[in-house]
Design a protein around this ligand. Structure first.
Ligand SMILES: *[C@@H]1O[C@H](CO)[C@@H](O)[C@H](O)[C@H]1NC(C)=O
Ligand SMILES: *[C@@H]1O[C@H](CO)[C@@H](O)[C@H](O)[C@H]1NC(C)=O
Ligand SMILES: *[C@@H]1O[C@H](CO)[C@@H](O)[C@H](O)[C@H]1NC(C)=O
Ligand SMILES: *[C@@H]1O[C@H](CO)[C@@H](O)[C@H](O)[C@H]1NC(C)=O
Length: 198
């Protein structure tokens, strides 16, 4: 009896879950999030993810992302372009939702990081940047949009960490990063469902 009931579950669990994230090499650990966002479309969601000046209005994790040149000077077009550099200001852990541009961060949880934009693929709904290329730690964050089997927008994000500093990063930050990825996914859903206008 029991095994007859268990069989379909066992078969289901061997089917890979649908994803629009690319296959990447495994690292020491990764953090990820996925969320279905109803009543929106890919183009509005893509616009939200790539419109950096609006991040403070909805993003509880990446409170700002500024496209800068090699001298750390902010560029006039604040959208991701491959091989450009980003200066991220993150809250780790993320702030409680909802947030807006006036929500104050906790100075003790504020971290700055430089990221190199590696992939901007609007036709595939994919975007990626990596922790500033360095020998001690590799960490590339992918974000992907697609339409899932329910005909709704699926937002996914995943960052894989490897390198000498990865064990320490895992110990100190894995859980906070995981919570923050979830918080950003929920923040994006709130923003897109709250009457977002590009
Ligand atoms: C991410 O971590 C999960 C859980 O440890 C693992 O199953 C999965 O293969 C990892 N994915 C990548 C791309 O590293
Ligand atoms: C996508 O959603 C936005 C915002 O609601 C809307 O302005 C736009 O017309 C929609 N685009 C399509 C192709 O439905
Ligand atoms: C780059 O500029 C930001 C302020 O816009 C500053 O916080 C950061 O420390 C600067 N980084 C470097 C390496 O000068
Ligand atoms: C970003 O990384 C790529 C590949 O490592 C490199 O070619 C490019 O010069 C880097 N760009 C910046 C702004 O660091």
């Amino acid at each position: 009896m029991a095994s007859a009931f268990c069989l379909p579950l066992a078969i289901a669990s061997t089917l890979a879950q649908y994803t629009n994230l690319p296959d990447v090499a495994p690292g020491l650990f990764n953090v990820s999030a996925r969320i279905q966002i109803d009543n929106t479309n890919i183009s509005a969601a893509w616009d939200a993810l790539t419109n950096f000046p609006d991040y403070p209005k909805w993003n509880p994790f990446v409170r700002s992302s500024v496209v800068v040149d090699s001298r750390n000077i902010s560029l006039s077009i604040q959208r991701p372009v491959e091989n450009s550099q980003l200066l991220l200001c993150v809250q780790l852990p993320a702030l409680p939702l909802p947030v807006n541009e006036n929500t104050q961060g906790n100075p003790l949880n504020t971290q700055l990081s430089y990221e190199n934009v590696t992939h901007v693929q609007p036709e595939r709904g994919r975007l990626a940047w990596e922790y500033y290329p360095n020998p001690l730690m590799a960490a590339e964050r992918w974000q992907a949009l697609s339409v899932n089997g329910n005909g709704q927008v699926l937002y996914e994000s995943r960052e894989v960490f490897s390198g000498t500093l990865a064990p320490l990063t895992q110990k100190l930050y894995q859980q906070k990063l995981q919570e923050s990825f979830n918080a950003q996914a929920q923040g994006l859903r709130l923003w897109l469902q709250g009457g977002y206008r590009p």
